[in-house]
Design a protein around this ligand. Structure first.
Ligand SMILES: Cc1cc2nc3c(=O)[nH]c(=O)nc-3n(C[C@H](O)[C@H](O)[C@H](O)COP(=O)(O)O)c2cc1C
Length: 182
């Protein structure tokens, strides 16, 4: 598949099978991540890649709390409150916690560039990925466990094999937001 076709076909996947993601695929994805553009070549990013099922469960519970107590919209909070098993990562078999140097004005851009590489590499390898915003609100204990002090967690990316009904939802893109000056 051409890279442009991969970009057009990629969607955020929100339901995964139970199949674990092979270590080689995770490593390929993360190698693609760190080949992203980054301001001044400083590589001001940090990625914690979690695949251990016990740790993923601990993060699920923490992120559910983050949604209930954080800035999520009321309808999302309600879903989380009503379901103790609510999983903000949609049950992906790997969660990449994407962090950047807190003091750098560019690290959010660097990490975002790398994040798109992660999503596209996952697609290319037959996997699905979904950015997970609640990771930025994870509890202090999780932050100190996964992210060194000088870094800020911006979001996560959940990865796994897409379920037959994968929870993706294509929204038509608004091309009027692209303006040409010729
Ligand atoms: C910073 C960021 C945070 C996101 N957080 C979530 C999330 O917590 N849960 C989720 O299901 N999707 C999340 N998404 C995915 C968006 O909903 C999705 O990209 C958007 O609806 C467009 O759909 P597409 O990615 O399938 O093209 C997030 C996307 C971004 C860029």
């Amino acid at each position: 598949m051409s890279i442009i076709q991969t970009m057009m076909d990629r969607r955020s996947i929100r339901a995964f099978t139970d199949k674990p993601v092979e270590k080689e695929k995770i490593e390929q994805i993360m190698k693609a991540a760190v080949h992203a553009p980054n301001a001044m070549g400083a590589q001001n990013w940090y990625f914690a890649v979690v695949t251990d099922p016990g740790l993923l469960e601990e993060l699920r519970a923490d992120l559910r709390n983050a949604i209930i107590n954080g800035p999520a919209p009321p309808h999302v909070k309600e879903i989380a409150i009503n379901n103790p098993q609510f999983n903000p990562t949609h049950g992906g078999k790997a969660l990449v916690i994407c962090a950047g140097v807190a003091a750098s004005p560019f690290s959010a851009f660097d990490v975002s560039m790398a994040a798109q590489n992660i999503c596209l590499a996952a697609k290319e390898l037959g996997l699905g990925a979904c950015p997970i915003g609640s990771v930025k609100d994870m509890g202090a204990e999780m932050k100190s466990k996964y992210v060194p002090e000088q870094y800020t967690a911006f979001f996560g990316i959940s990865i796994g094999y897409p379920a037959p009904v994968d929870g993706s939802n294509y929204k038509e893109r608004d091309m009027t937001k692209v303006v040409y000056f010729e």
